[in-house]
Design a binder for this molecule. Structure first.
Ligand SMILES: [Zn+2]
Length: 114
């Protein structure tokens, strides 16, 4: 369960109420995520936006990351347990050789066939 609260500016007249919704001070969240207590800035000043972010975080806890799920269900290399590392290597190569498409293709093919 995540709690939303405002970190008021020192000049804010509502600074004594961290759950005051109507001012425009920075929104923060705190609570336990996967067994760990966390406190983070939400980088927004809107209570509504903060609730959207919280909903997103709570939904993500229920379902696996779509990206990870896709890599796992379609591994670029057959060996068990190496899928994610391989995908990372390919992504690094793509970034490193991003300017030269032919080199990228060769690199990826090499990675896939190794
Ligand atoms: Zn405030």
């Amino acid at each position: 369960m995540l709690t939303l609260w405002r970190r008021h500016k020192s000049k804010c007249e509502h600074k004594d109420d961290r759950y005051w919704r109507k001012c425009r001070c920075a929104m923060w969240r705190e609570g336990t995520v996967e067994g760990r207590y966390e406190r983070h800035s939400l980088k927004t000043r809107s209570w509504e936006r903060a609730e959207e972010i919280r909903r997103g975080l709570e939904d993500r806890k229920k379902a696996p990351e779509p990206m990870v799920a896709r890599v796992k269900s379609n591994p670029p290399i057959g060996k068990q347990g190496e899928e994610i590392d391989s995908a990372k290597l390919i992504r690094q190569s793509l970034m490193r050789y991003g300017k030269d498409k032919k080199t990228v293709q060769e690199k990826v093919l090499k990675l896939l066939s190794s």
